[in-house]
Ligand binder design. Structure first.
Ligand code: ATP
Ligand code: F1X
Length: 305
């Protein structure tokens, strides 16, 4: 079983408008509200691949109730813990560009993390744990590390900044930084492909078993102690990149769950990320399957590192 943890979920409110004028009343032509938060997106994509997961994390208020209702109606196992406050609303504004305004998290006390750990005691040692998204600011920055260390489960961590840096020492099976998150982790402004490989290798040296680096339309890398793989990303028309990174995590896990080796799971990951970027919402299995043949993975040339 796969457990996804979304400590700071959201309702994602997508609005389309011709332009966004600061300081004016802007009117949207389209509006759509969907469950959001990185772990939730991973579970929703896994479900499209017919892979079950248990969704953990914290929900609050009527927005939290909406989230649980929607996810349950979709056939997902939403086992969230209710907390005081209100699950946030994240605005996703689509003009010619994508602008996001993510709401603040409710205050979550340490007691709720203890309750989450109790729920994880029911997991089997062969289960997989996905810890995704921002941490509520009321929790310590090492919360993911603490959770990863307290469970015997293979762990995937998809977060950024200090929570990511701290999680490395818990030796996660996989981390999935985008290029900005990876460079920020090591205090750099930017990195080209060889720079990204160097930084991903540092993350491996610091504890990650596999580092899946997304670089938007440019390429993606899968770096582990013994090899570096590079994949070209399919080209297509972008509708919304919200959840593209989460779809990569889900695609990778779906590939593994279907018995494929990591290099093939990497292809699934790119196909799922791009399928989401080319869709209005999260990817369909059909589009992922259509894109798969166009994703090629190669060993990264060592001499150019
Ligand atoms: N312009 C693009 N063309 C094709 N695929 C894309 C494009 N942008 C993103 N993708 C797909 O989405 C994946 C994730 O993209 P990105 O590097 O932006 O990750 P991210 O920042 O984690 O995403 P998110 O927006 O979910 O936070 C890429 O590896 C690729 O498969
Ligand atoms: O604020 P966080 O936790 O970093 O990111 C939350 C979020 O932007 O990430 C998902 C896409 O990856 C969205 O569904 C959600 O709104």
């Amino acid at each position: 079983m796969i457990y996804t943890v979304t400590m700071n979920p959201s309702i994602d409110c997508f609005m389309e408008l011709s332009e966004l004028v600061e300081g004016a009343t802007n009117r949207a032509s389209e509006q759509r509200m969907v469950p959001g938060g990185k772990g939730i997106n991973v579970s929703r994509v896994l479900h499209r691949f017919d892979i079950g997961s248990i969704l953990l994390g914290f929900t609050a208020g009527f927005t939290g109730a909406f989230l649980k209702e929607e996810l349950t109606a979709e056939g997902l196992q939403a086992h969230f813990t209710d907390t005081p406050g209100m699950t946030r609303i994240n605005m996703k504004l689509k003009t010619a560009k994508e602008t996001e305004v993510n709401g603040p998290s409710p205050e979550i006390s340490q007691d709720y993390v203890s309750e989450l750990l109790r729920k994880l005691e029911l997991a089997d040692k062969d289960d997989l744990l996905v810890l995704s998204g921002s941490l509520p600011p009321s929790l310590p920055a090492d919360t993911y590390r603490t959770i990863a260390e307290k469970t015997p489960l293979k762990t995937v961590v998809d977060t950024s900044g200090i929570p990511l840096q701290k999680a490395l020492s818990a030796r996660p099976y996989l981390i999935k930084p985008n290029i900005d998150e990876l460079t920020a982790l090591y205090g750099q402004e930017s990195a080209d492909t060889s720079g990204a490989v160097l930084l991903a290798r540092k993350a491996v040296a610091d504890g990650a078993k596999n580092v899946l680096v997304s670089r938007g339309a440019e390429s993606a890398l899968l770096v582990s102690a013994d090899r570096v793989l590079e994949a070209a990303v399919p080209s297509g028309t972008i509708h919304s990149t919200v959840g593209a990174g989460d779809s990569m995590v889900a695609g990778f896990l779906a590939g593994l769950a279907n018995g494929h080796p990591p290099e093939e799971a990497f292809r699934w990951s790119i196909a799922a990320g791009s399928a989401t970027a080319f869709s209005e919402s999260l990817c369909s299995k059909k589009l992922v399957e259509e894109l798969l043949p166009s994703v090629s993975v190669n060993e990264y040339k060592e001499e150019s590192v």
